[in-house]
Design a protein around this ligand. Sequence first.
Ligand code: MRU
Length: 359
Amino acid sequence: MDKKTILDYETVDIDLEKKELIIIDQTLLPGKTEIIRLGTAKQMWDAIYLLQVRGAPAIGVFAAMGLYILATQIETDNYVIFYNEFKLQRDYLDSARPTAVNLHWALNRMDRLVQSMENEPVSDILEALKNECLAIKQEDINVCKQIGEYGLSLVKPGDGILTHCNAGQLATCKYGTATAPIYLGHERGYNFRVFADETRPLLQGARLTAYELQSAGVDVTLICDNMSGMVMRNGWVQAVFVGCDRVAANGDTANKIGTSVVAAVAKRYNVPFYVCAPTSTIDMNTPNGAGIRIEQRKPEEVTDMWYKQKMAPEGVKVFNPAFDVTDNDLITAIVTEYGIARAPYTESLKEIFDRKNAK
Ligand code: MRU
């Protein structure tokens, strides 16, 4: 019998009977695969903040399922009391991380549903919330597959592909976004050679991307973040695929810290730089990258984490933003589930949403 790999686990799941969320604790990967169950608002908030669950789409699915579970814990038949408590829980989960818009998007989608059922019994609202969070998860799988198909049309067999951070299955419910073309190509014998940036300071590339791609049998080579210039200059990379946490209306894109450096290097060596973006990550209400709030994290992630001993002088000033913004002129195309958008993005992204709304 084939051995179970990390890809055989659900990134985010729900136990509908016990009303618990089930996730892989991603902080322990790749050394340990520990499945954890969460039932309280505090446990859910911590899981998002501590990156036990991470990646924009996965956080969205997690939050929607979490909010449903928290809604079942509200003991009332009265809509007004129910909605007031529901809103408090929604806002609490929404405060866990600021940059990935999917968190807000998924919670808002659940909220809109509750508001549309003002005159219905609370029991019916709960049933609808359950179906909505399950739908959000299924949609994520379909969306990633479609992004994979569009992404695959941009590369050819034997290509070298570089990716940064983890926009893989561990960041979504299946396929990933930036890894979706890689997985689909792998199934179809494309024999890609993938370079995974380790992604300081939290090592999502080393711990997660290299791990999941290797588990799938993909030819993956781990490099330090400061090596992407060399591999591109050597001609080993024909395309960069990255994920994103929020795309502004003009195509400026926030993704894991270091992404903008990769984009600048790719431009220098004429390597196309593709951002894989579910429409749930595109925020047409934010005009440009300047409006995207960037999460700042603890200095210890830079100075201490992963090291046996402190690797920086005590008390040194540390700048530790979790994300950076890649300017739209460095982006060759944005690959969505409704097609591929190219500059000028203010127009092409609108067309993507027109296509979505016409469905
Ligand atoms: O801090 P993380 O690990 O949540 O950051 C994840 C990323 O930056 C991903 O590239 C992004 O969320 C897209 S995941 C499909």
